[in-house]
Design a protein around this ligand. Structure first.
Ligand code: ATP
Length: 248
């Protein structure tokens, strides 16, 4: 039996500044409980796709001009980013965006601002974040601006967890990080997926690592899905190997 679609993106077109056509009808599905990778070169449209889903294009002068987006069967394209956060759809932006002058713990707590449940439940989420990211616990009192790139990426994911997510849209988590740290972060993503049931849509230029952790992948080229398939099938596909995995 096919898994239920948590997120269903259907034929979206995105235009920047009324003239620059960047997505030319992108469709993809994230089934409940899965990790889906959105792959492709720099400029292929990965970030634009994530921003279209979380309705963050307006500030970039971008508009979704065709298609529709459903989450749990409900149409979400006209909801605000805050509405989406309340429904459990959380974006972790590329480049991490920590508040540099706040401590790691204060950064994490900013993730809980839309929650209306008790202080106790928010404290429990903080404990959960520290369980998954022991490094953040050690660095809880450090000013985020003085922590490493890896710690800031962890804090960005931790902040998303503080919002009690069902689905995380994770933009380029490997960017600028050493391979060992990238591996550590992907291991945690996998644990969050299997133990907490968080679904992920993961934009990555690092095809190799993304396909090792994802269940399914979509490859974007110039704003179109050129290929999609199970992660293990894509990893063994000759074209994917040649163009995206490097020649071995
Ligand atoms: P990256 O690895 O840089 O995140 P990407 O695959 O996520 O790449 P996008 O950032 O979505 O690609 O960009 C897709 C295309 O849209 C690029 O050609 C980019 O130059 C263009 N673009 C992005 N933002 C804007 C904008 N605000 N105005 C005009 N064009 C834009």
């Amino acid at each position: 039996e096919a898994p239920k679609a948590l997120l269903d993106v259907n034929g979206i077109e995105v235009i920047y500044n009324h003239v620059i056509l960047v997505l030319r009808g992108v469709s993809l599905v994230v089934p409940e409980g899965k990790i889906v990778a959105l792959l492709g070169a720099n400029g292929a449209g990965k970030t634009t796709t994530l921003r279209a889903i979380s309705n963050l294009l307006k500030s970039e002068r971008g508009d979704v001009t065709k298609g529709n987006i459903h989450y749990k069967g409900e149409r979400i394209d006209s909801l605000t980013p805050a509405d989406l956060v309340r429904r459990g759809v959380i974006q972790v932006m590329e480049g991490r965006h920590c508040f540099g002058h706040l401590s790691i713990e204060e950064n994490l707590l900013t993730g809980a601002y839309t929650r209306t449940d008790s202080k106790g439940e928010i404290a429990a989420s903080l404990d959960m974040v520290y369980q998954y990211f022991p490094r953040l616990k050690q660095r809880r009192a450090s000013q985020a601006g003085y922590t490493s790139g890896g710690e800031q990426q962890m804090a960005a994911i931790g902040r998303a967890l503080m919002a009690d997510p069902k689905m995380i849209l994770l933009d380029e988590p490997s960017m600028g990080l050493a391979p060992q740290i990238v591996e550590e972060i992907f291991e945690i993503v996998r644990d969050l997926n299997t133990r907490e049931g968080v679904s992920f849509l993961l934009a990555e230029q690092n095809t190799n690592i993304a396909l090792r952790y994802a269940d399914y992948g979509y490859i974007l080229e110039s704003g179109r899905v050129m290929m999609d398939g199970r992660a293990d099938e894509l990893a063994n596909n000759e074209d994917v190997k040649e163009f995206y995995l490097g020649i071995e």
